[in-house]
Unconditional design. Structure first.
Length: 106
């Protein structure tokens, strides 16, 4: 609840809003992890479908996953990041791929 500060004016007492800042919620990185079984084309489809990347962006991220073991798909508030992780993993299982998607605080 916001508190108000009293200020003395020539006409009496005026109330001013408290100017405390609310800290924005923490953001989470959503990442794909490399494995030896999920096809590269499938990873590109996942990035296009769930993270709205262009084919070129998706290919760059897929290659980062392939070469470095992980790649960042996006940064989101916690609830949205958790939803993305669940959607990607469900989609991968549905297509019988072991693709892992994780989130960590940014």
């Amino acid at each position: 609840m916001a508190t108000r500060k009293q200020t003395q004016t020539s006409e009496g007492v005026a109330l001013e809003p408290d100017k405390r800042r609310i800290k924005p919620p923490p953001l989470y990185k959503v990442m794909l992890l490399n494995d030896d079984y999920t096809p590269m084309d499938f990873v590109v489809v996942v990035l296009e479908k769930f993270f709205r990347m262009s084919r070129e962006q998706a290919t760059v991220v897929m290659l980062k996953v392939h070469r470095h073991g992980r790649g960042i798909c996006g940064v989101f508030p916690r609830d949205l990041a958790a939803t993305k992780v669940e959607q990607v993993e469900a989609f991968a299982r549905q297509h019988q791929h072991p693709l892992a998607c994780v989130m960590e605080e940014n």
